[in-house]
Design a protein. Structure first.
Length: 130
């Protein structure tokens, strides 16, 4: 699977997100070092700390299936936002734990590929749509 296909998969899975509180639907797709593909979408909860990020869902699915190393992860928000989104700090920590090397950030149908270390300094100051 090439980068564009992984980016498209992340955007497609975002449509399955459960986001009734923020209307901020995020999808993630990853490829492990064994070549397997896993996806995830964000799952909100009225108790905000119980919300699970799309990236975390995909990582947990991969690890629970016996994977130990993730090569690349794509993340996409399909809702109207002013700038690209990057994984949050907790997701970045989980990604670091399992060796993510590259991150694809999808924004308005386009994408940019980053080395994982490049993603660390980004801050998400998201303005949700009304």
């Amino acid at each position: 699977m090439n980068d564009q296909e992984l980016a498209n998969l992340a955007s497609e899975i975002a449509k399955k997100a459960y986001a009734p509180y923020s209307n901020f639907r995020v999808g993630a797709a990853l490829i492990t070092d064994s070549g397997n593909i896993y996806t995830g979408c964000n799952i909100e909860n009225v108790s905000y700390p119980a919300t699970v990020c799309a990236e975390d869902v995909a990582v947990v699915k991969a690890i629970s299936e016996g994977e130990t190393k993730i090569d690349i992860l794509a993340v996409s928000c399909i809702d109207a936002i002013d700038e690209p989104i990057f994984p949050c700090g907790i997701s970045r920590q989980r990604m670091a734990e399992f060796g993510v090397e590259d991150v694809i950030v999808v924004y308005k149908g386009d994408f940019k590929k980053y080395k994982f270390d490049e993603v660390l300094p980004f801050d998400n100051k998201i303005k949700f749509k009304d």
